[in-house]
Each structure stands twice: as structure tokens, then as C-alpha cells.
Design a protein around this ligand. Structure first.
Ligand code: FES
Ligand code: FES
Length: 407
């Protein structure tokens, strides 16, 4: 962890953060400044553009620690800025926005154009704004809005302030950070060959644990089941039964000494991923705790995941109820990594767990009634539908907050 001191929208901020945290995540998740949007997270779309020491900067590819002592201005900090006010009106008059997702980044870049360029042609504006992508408008309204503001200001005798020193656009950082500390903290540490050596082979099936692995994202979830703790704990010992409660999961064969191979299908909008992988399952009857350590790969999207789940099964608040507390840590890489933002994943995991509990309850109730097992209620995870329901529930929560009404 590193401490960073900077000024955000005129207020001094000091925080202890992970060196890899990018500026946009820091602003959105630590300071709740969600006006900075994230699109590609690869420095391509411009949605995350803000000002670092007055220079438009891609905050998704700028480490927050590299902004030590910088003046950061987000779109929220431009509320009372004169050029921004004029641009907001012009965007509205020229139909320069529809969904508005690109708009904060557009406004920050457009403000820079208005400030620096004396009399830009349509072509000049298009070139200057070419680092900001918009999926809705076709750009005509955006370009017109910018030209309108430039012309109006020059007409009022307000000259451009060309920045002759401008040599680069982001990621710029502040230029204040101690290069040694940035280099040390922002780059992955060199790992000695000895540290990367695979563990020696043992008689256990396919040992796969790399002890220095740390999940990128971790969070805690839990649920309550309306069945006694012994029954739930016994059920958790039956890996195929547990897997059958997980939407989209299936095993390739019987577990051997807690080692299983299988797959899980996930639909994310139009993308259908099928992670093939392995997992090692441990459990401790004394403490009623267990772990599932798994990894998988989806060939089509070339995405990989590694996850470690720890759980404990404890008596619930009411008689014959059981509480299951879960620690989830995972890393997702490849094309699907864009869906690994922690808030979203927690919400999606909450809904996935909801489906799991629904299936678990159905099976346990069926067994308690003397049946031989019920088919899972939810057979496949459609993360696209889940993501949509997450957005709807967040919108509802925001609406309730704004209107002061409960949901
Ligand atoms: S989110 Fe696309 S450039 Fe930063
Ligand atoms: S207004 Fe929708 S992306 Fe630009």
C-alpha cells in the first residue's frame, strides 16, 4: 500500500491505496466522484478524461500514486467553470449528447480545445477530439457545439491561451511524484526464478496451488438456509450435489481426494463463455469450514479466471436455520476482465448466490420430504440478465435516495 497526497477539485486528499489503483478507480470508488466514466479502460475511448495539473489525462491508464501533489479536476470540479457552462448549454442546443456516457470526457477535452485553439476549423476540432469516442451522436452535434462556443468567446474578445509547452496527452501523472517510488510501487516486482518454480510433484492429484497467488478482487458474502446446520454441512460434503446447485456448472467426473475437473457456462450479453477448469476442495469437520480453490479458461474469449472461496457453516439466528459465510477472492484476465469491476461483481455474485441458495433449498426440502433430489431451479447463469438487474436495482436505490422513499 502507498500513501498519496493530491488535490481533487480544490480539496486536499490523502489516502492509502494499492500502487496499481488507477486514478479513475481511486476517484470513483474511494472519493465517490462518479462523474468520471470508465469505458474501455485501455486509454482508447476517452470516457475517463479529466485534468491533471490542467492537462487532459486518461485516468484509466494513470496510476493514482503517480499523481502525488497533483491538482486533479474532474467534471464535478468544473461545475462553475465558465467554459464548461457554455459547453453544457451548447451540447444541449446542438444535440451533442444522447445517453451521456461519453459526455464528461467530451466536455473535459472540448474545454481544452476551446481554451487553446484560436479559430479551429471543423477538421481541427475533429482531429483534436479524435481521442474521445461517442457511440450515439455521430459527432456532428458535438463538433458544432464546440465551434459554437469557440466562435462566441472569440466574438466577445476572449482570446485563446495556446499551450506551447504541451508535448503529450495522458497518461501524464503529475510530474511531482518521486520517480523512484513510482517505479518501485507501480511496476510489478521482479520475481526470482526460485520464487516462480512450480512445487515438487506429490502423490496428490494435480497439485495446483501457487502459494504466492493473491486475488485481484476480494469480498464477503453470506446467506441463510432454512435447514439445520448438520444437514447443510453434510450436503456441502457432496461435491457433485453442490456443483449441481450452481447455475451453469457441471463436473467432468467424480472428485478424487477433493480434486475435481469441470466447467461452468456463463452468458454475458451476446458472449457465451465456457470455463473449463479444475478445483481443489478442502473441508474441516471440526470447525465446519472449507475452501474451494479453482481456476479455469475459456478458449473462445481467451479469458482465464482463478478463484479462492473460503466458507464457514454456522447455526443461524433461528432454530433450524443455518448461516453460510463466504469469502470470495478472484482474478479474471482476458476479454471478460472488463466485467471484473468489484462493485458489479459483488452484485452479480450476490445474485448468483441467490440462485445457488434457491437450488440448495429446493434440494434440501425435497430430501427432507423423502425425495431423491430436485432439479435445480436455475440451470444457467446469464450474467447479461444479471448485470441488467443489477443496473435496475442500483437505479431503484438511487431513486429511493433522491426521493427519500424506501424501495
Ligand atoms: S476508459 Fe476509455 S480511455 Fe479511459
Ligand atoms: S452520448 Fe452516448 S456515448 Fe456519447
Amino acid at each position: 500500500m502507498n500513501t498519496v497526497n493530491l488535490t481533487v477539485n480544490g480539496k486536499p486528499v490523502s489516502a492509502t491505496i494499492q500502487p496499481r489503483t488507477h486514478l479513475a478507480d481511486f476517484l470513483r470508488e474511494t472519493l465517490n466522484l462518479t462523474g468520471t466514466h470508465l469505458g474501455c479502460e485501455h486509454g482508447v475511448c476517452g470516457a475517463c478524461t479529466l485534468l491533471v495539473d490542467g492537462v487532459p489525462t486518461r485516468s484509466c491508464i494513470t496510476f493514482a500514486v503517480s499523481c502525488e501533489r497533483a491538482e486533479v479536476t474532474t467534471v464535478e470540479g468544473l461545475d462553475n467553470d465558465e467554459i464548461t457552462r457554455e459547453l453544457r448549454a451548447a451540447f444541449s442546443q446542438e444535440h451533442g449528447l444522447q445517453c451521456g456516457y461519453c459526455t464528461p470526457g467530451m466536455i473535459v477535452s472540448a474545454r481544452d480545445v476551446v481554451q487553446r485553439m484560436a479559430a479551429p476549423s471543423e477538421h481541427d476540432v475533429r482531429v483534436a477530439m479524435s481521442g474521445n469516442l461517442c457511440r450515439c451522436t455521430g459527432y456532428v452535434g458535438i463538433v458544432r457545439a464546440i465551434q459554437r462556443v469557440v466562435e462566441a468567446r472569440r466574438g466577445r474578445g476572449i482570446a485563446a491561451i495556446p499551450d506551447g509547452n504541451r508535448k503529450r496527452l495522458g497518461p501524464s501523472g503529475s510530474g511531482h511524484a518521486d520517480p523512484a517510488s513510482v517505479a518501485e510501487t507501480a511496476r510489478p516486482k521482479a520475481v526470482s526464478p526460485a520464487a516462480t518454480k512450480k512445487p515438487a510433484k506429490s502423490s496428490a492429484p494435480a497439485p495446483r496451488k501457487d502459494t504466492d497467488w493473491k486475488p485481484q478482487t476480494s469480498f464477503v458474502q453470506g446467506f441463510t438456509v432454512s435447514h439445520p446446520v448438520d444437514v447443510v454441512w453434510d450436503f456441502f460434503g457432496n461435491i457433485p450435489e453442490v456443483a449441481s446447485c450452481l447455475p451453469g456448472a457441471s463436473l467432468a467426473g467424480d472428485p478424487v481426494d477433493g480434486h475435481v475437473e469441470g466447467q461452468i457456462k456463463v452468458k454475458v450479453g451476446p458472449i457465451s463463455a465456457e470455463f473449463l477448469g479444475v478445483a481443489d476442495v478442502t473441508r474441516d469437520d471440526t470447525t465446519r469450514t472449507g475452501t474451494i480453490d479453482g481456476s479455469g479458461k475459456d478458449k473462445r474469449s481467451n479469458s482465464s479466471t482463478r478463484g479462492l472461496i473460503g466458507y464457514e457453516v454456522v447455526p443461524g439466528a433461528n432454530l433450524d436455520e443455518t448461516r453460510v459465510n463466504i469469502n470470495i477472492g478472484f482474478t479474471l484476465t482476458g476479454a471478460l476482465a472488463q466485467f471484473s469491476r468489484s462493485g458489479l461483481v459483488q452484485d452479480v455474485a450476490g445474485r448468483l448466490i441467490g440462485a445457488f441458495v434457491q437450488n440448495l433449498e429446493a434440494k434440501l426440502s425435497h430430501k427432507a420430504a423423502g425425495g431423491t433430489g430436485a432439479a435445480p431451479v436455475v440451470a444457467e447463469l446469464d450474467a447479461g440478465a444479471l448485470v441488467f438487474s443489477v443496473i435496475v436495482s442500483r437505479f431503484k436505490a438511487l431513486w429511493a435516495k433522491m426521493t427519500g422513499r424506501g424501495q
